[in-house]
Design a binder for this molecule. Structure first.
Ligand code: NAD
Length: 173
């Protein structure tokens, strides 16, 4: 019997409890989850501080407790949106449904004829990469917005220090 597989993509800068809640929900609806790490080529900027490998660690360790099969695949951006879906297909296990809330992601997959399920938003104000990075830079509490495994990864790579150094060298925008 064919396995029912879903695709979920994000930048995960960093992976937070909003993403985690979506993945927990998807896990109840399909057999396997393919997680794409978008903008895999980016790191060491204020908007995209963490490398693809660091984001693989954050996600894989957070999902250890989850009883589901998942694949974490880094995916570099391509400069033509029109070929993005084929680019993803060429790198990932086959999937038959995409979960997303990102309008461009939804448009590109819909045009390619892929079934879309809109993923629910959980506490968008706090569970947001932008808000977590802002708190890190301002010495505010961010740890309760991400899975415990992500706190450990960010400590291991000295992520907050990296962000603070970047704020001195990388102009926002
Ligand atoms: P993100 O990490 O901001 O979000 C990932 C997903 O999680 C989205 O569906 C988002 O709506 C959802 N989410 C965020 N906060 C949530 C919360 N609190 N509760 C529930 N869900 C929440 O990443 P993103 O920006 O959506 O990632 C899209 C990726 O696709 C980017 O890396 C982008 O560059 C890439 N992309 C590339 C191309 C191209 O290369 N041509 C085209 C389109 C998209």
């Amino acid at each position: 019997m064919n396995r029912h597989r879903a695709f979920y993509i994000g930048r995960f800068q960093p992976y937070h409890l909003g993403h985690h809640s979506v993945i927990q929900k998807i896990a109840k609806e399909v057999d396997e989850i393919v997680i794409g790490i978008g903008s895999a080529q980016k790191s060491h900027t204020l908007e995209d501080p963490f490398t693809a490998g660091e984001r693989v660690m954050m996600i894989s360790r957070s999902l250890e407790e989850l009883d589901t099969t998942y694949y974490v695949i880094p995916i570099m951006d391509v400069d033509r949106h029109a070929i993005w879906v084929s680019h993803i297909r060429s790198l990932t296990p086959p999937f038959d449904v995409v979960y997303s809330n990102n309008p461009l992601v939804i448009d590109l997959f819909s045009e390619a004829g892929v079934k879309i399920k809109k993923s629910p938003l959980f506490q968008r104000g706090a569970y947001s990469g932008t808000e977590i990075r802002r708190r890190m830079l301002n010495d505010e509490k961010w740890e309760d917005l991400v899975p415990k495994a992500v706190v450990k990864v960010i400590e291991e790579i000295d992520g907050v220090q990296r962000l603070k150094k970047l704020s001195k060298t990388d102009s926002p925008g």
